[in-house]
Design a protein around this ligand. Structure first.
Ligand SMILES: Nc1ncnc2c1ncn2[C@@H]1O[C@H](COP(=O)(O)OP(=O)(O)OP(=O)(O)O)[C@@H](O)[C@H]1O
Ligand SMILES: [Mg+2]
Length: 237
């Protein structure tokens, strides 16, 4: 299975493993069938009603499920969050109940939508997800997290709160996703994102997804990522 063990820190090694990993050279994969996704995830994708991957999905899924750090930029409504959902479903090992993927998003609504997408696409893998957001009952968060989930999606403040309480354990985390990262920074979540990041294991895959990429966001990626694949390819960061 693809995962942190396949994560390659060196660009050369990555090139050998996945073909040409620079985003200039990434051939789009035009069918979900050919992405190397687990069968049960594929079934979930089709049952959810997706027939064909969108442009960003065609270009970025392979790198994400191959364990690379990825910066994926595409306009609003082009399937970015769905891409995160299906990649997370592939990467998570549901045979044990530790939080393996953390998705930070700027609003409660987006966290709820992400939870729904993961539950939809992950219908055949018995995936447990919790949306951990401000404004909801802390007691309910604690109950859900202590029961054990595979994925947490949430807003940075509440997620950090749960980490500090040691209710949200980060030991088994292998993937951090920053969805709508520009939006998170513009809402003033920068410090909380860094706070969360400090508690995560060093061997962590990081994916950043956004419609726009501000300078501040790219600065953050320099701290969080090693040799990221950037899609679409633009100037070096
Ligand atoms: N491959 C696909 N086939 C059909 N519908 C899709 C596909 N991928 C995503 N969608 C649908 O398109 C809509 C937008 O998808 P999604 O929310 O993933 O995009 P996004 O880029 O994250 O959007 P936003 O910029 O609003 O966050 C959703 O209704 C989603 O279910
Ligand atoms: Mg989205």
């Amino acid at each position: 299975m693809a995962g942190t063990s396949e994560r390659q820190r060196s660009g050369m090694a990555s090139d050998e493993k996945l073909g040409r990993v620079t985003s200039d050279g990434l051939e789009p994969i035009t069918s979900f069938d050919e992405m190397g996704l687990k069968d049960d995830v594929l079934r979930g994708i089709y049952q959810y009603g997706y027939e064909k991957p969108s442009a960003i999905q065609q270009r970025a899924v392979r790198s994400i499920i191959g364990g690379h750090d990825v910066i994926a930029q595409a306009q609003s409504g082009t399937g970015k969050t769905s891409m995160i959902a299906l990649s997370v479903c592939h990467l998570v090992d549901t045979s044990y109940r530790d939080v393996q993927a953390l998705i930070l998003c700027p609003t409660r609504e987006l966290a709820a939508q992400t939870e729904k997408l993961i539950l939809g696409v992950g219908n055949f893998i018995n995936i447990q997800v919790h949306a951990c957001v401000g404004g909801k009952s802390v007691g309910e968060d604690i109950r859900k997290l202590e029961h054990g989930v595979h994925v947490v999606c949430g807003t940075p403040g509440r997620v950090f709160d749960m980490i500090k309480r040691r209710t949200l354990r980060t030991r088994a985390m292998k993937l951090l996703v920053l969805d709508e990262s520009d939006e998170m920074l513009s809402r003033g979540f920068k410090d909380q994102i860094y706070d969360v990041y400090r508690y995560l294991p060093p061997e962590l895959q990081v994916c950043l997804v956004s419609a726009t990429l501000a300078h501040e966001t790219l600065e953050m990626t320099k701290k969080f990522m090693t040799d990221p694949v950037r899609i679409p390819a633009q100037r070096e960061i």
